[in-house]
Design a protein around this ligand. Structure first.
Ligand code: SF4
Ligand code: SF4
Length: 424
């Protein structure tokens, strides 16, 4: 196995803490993923990526930097990867899903902040994430209040640029967002020394669109009964989309989909055709947050979709036809990004429609609404989602949790009762 310690030292990681973090991963991964029955062979690549989580990909980023390129960290799907790639830079998702980095964050941020914000911030202050260390700067966004305020503090530790995302998709809000993309383009050109031309942007968009299309293909495959891939594995694939090389990732997802389509043709699945089919909707699940999927699938359910930013909100929409000019492409990218039906918008009725459509078209027997504690936008929006689903006689279970394992038993009991009700 390659020794990356000199690279981690160069990145300024706290090696002692980092060893503890990496030491815990193989056992956890083995217990959650490798122990599953009937895994598709195509998952071997994604297992490899996780096995190299702080190794090979980080080395690729460092090689890119050594040849004069930039690496840029992101926390939200509103920031368009295409624009960054068009500037010759590599975007990496920095949202984090582990309790490990939370205590470091709580030395600075209030405890009653959502775990995703704390975990992401804690990785920077604790110096345990090579991706944030490798990034030349990070791009935050004005989505939820907790993130906005965290970015102000993060800027004391790391170069941080914040782009504005409107609260409403009015014509004024759309114009504001388009103007923000123009400003981001200027910022990227200044930082990289690369001029973003129409050709460069079209090439970058083709790469990103191919990745999104592959993820949509995988998502559509999960309509099958029995479903040919576990929710855990499908979630893992989407989580990896945020930091892997896009062209390589797309090829591997399409290979996996070829295999899964073969399984469907043979009537093979990872669970019985009668296993309760659950749609998960709500806050994003950044790697390595596998808590809810694990509980659901250990309890006999099969997760058939994620209405989430580590799910359909990330890859659901495709770029519209445009005139190919730089202005036309930017406008199309702005429109595509604003198709992300995040709870930070008001009103956000499109998200309610999305959940209903997914639940019906993917034949969900129930929906689990997942909210991270202290995430007020998703917690409040759950009220409307529950009402809409009740109108269609689709049961909903609301789960509010964080990244710790303390409430796993309690969640398991609630999930068991929910599945019993569905089976009954
Ligand atoms: S939930 Fe909202 S704020 Fe969070 S990543 Fe998604 S779009 Fe961004
Ligand atoms: S889960 Fe909620 S509170 Fe946490 S970062 Fe996302 S929108 Fe903000």
């Amino acid at each position: 196995m390659t020794d990356y310690r000199s690279m981690w030292t160069e990145l300024g990681l706290d090696l002692e803490k980092h060893d503890i973090l990496l030491g815990a991963l193989p056992g956890m991964y083995e217990g959650i993923f490798l122990s599953q029955d009937d895994r598709p062979e195509g998952m071997a690549y994604f297992d490899f990526v996780i096995g190299e989580i702080h190794g090979l990909r980080v080395k690729e980023l460092m090689d890119h930097k050594a040849s004069g390129g930039k690496v840029i960290g992101l926390f939200c799907v509103f920031v368009p990867e295409d624009l960054i790639l068009a500037a010759g830079a590599i975007p990496v998702g920095l949202c984090a899903g582990t309790q490990f980095s939370v205590p470091d964050a709580e030395e600075v941020l209030p405890r009653n902040t959502c775990a995703l914000i704390k975990s992401s911030f804690g990785f920077k202050v604790g110096r345990t994430c090579p991706y944030v260390q490798a990034s030349d700067f990070v791009i935050g966004e004005t989505t939820c209040d907790g993130k906005k305020k965290m970015y102000e503090i993060l800027a004391e530790y790391h170069p941080t640029y914040v782009m504005e995302v409107p609260n409403k998709k009015t014509p004024l809000g759309r114009e504001l967002f388009l103007e923000e993309l123009r400003s981001l383009k200027t910022k990227l050109e200044t930082e990289t020394g690369v001029t973003i031309t129409a050709e460069r942007l079209a090439d970058a968009t083709a790469l990103v669109e191919a990745k999104r299309a592959a993820l949509r293909r995988l998502h559509n495959i999960r309509k099958a009964r029995p479903v040919p891939i576990s929710g855990l594995d499908a979630l893992l694939v989407t989580q990896i989309a945020f930091y892997d090389d896009p062209a390589r990732f797309t090829e591997k997802v399409n290979n996996l989909c070829d295999e899964l389509e073969g399984r469907i043709a043979r009537g093979e699945g990872v669970a019985s055709a009668n296993a309760p089919r659950i749609l998960v909707s709500g806050s994003p699940m950044a790697v390595p947050n596998w808590k809810l999927h694990r509980i659901l699938e250990d309890s006999g359910a099969t997760v058939i979709g994620e209405e989430s930013c580590t799910g359909t909100r990330y890859f659901g929409s495709a770029l519209a036809e445009n005139d190919g000019t730089l202005a036309g492409q930017l406008k199309a990218i702005a429109d595509r990004q604003l198709e992300t039906h995040c709870a930070c918008f008001t009103p956000n009725d499109e998200r309610i429609e999305d959940v209903l459509t997914l639940a019906k078209d993917w034949q969900a027997d129930g929906v689990v609404h997942y909210t991270l504690q202290f995430c007020h936008t998703f917690a409040n929006e759950a009220v409307k989602i529950e009402r809409a689903l009740a109108g269609e006689n689709i049961p909903l279970l609301r789960i509010e949790t964080d990244y710790s394992d303390e409430d796993m038993g309690q969640i398991k009991n609630r999930v068991d009762a929910f599945l019993k009700m569905i089976r009954g």
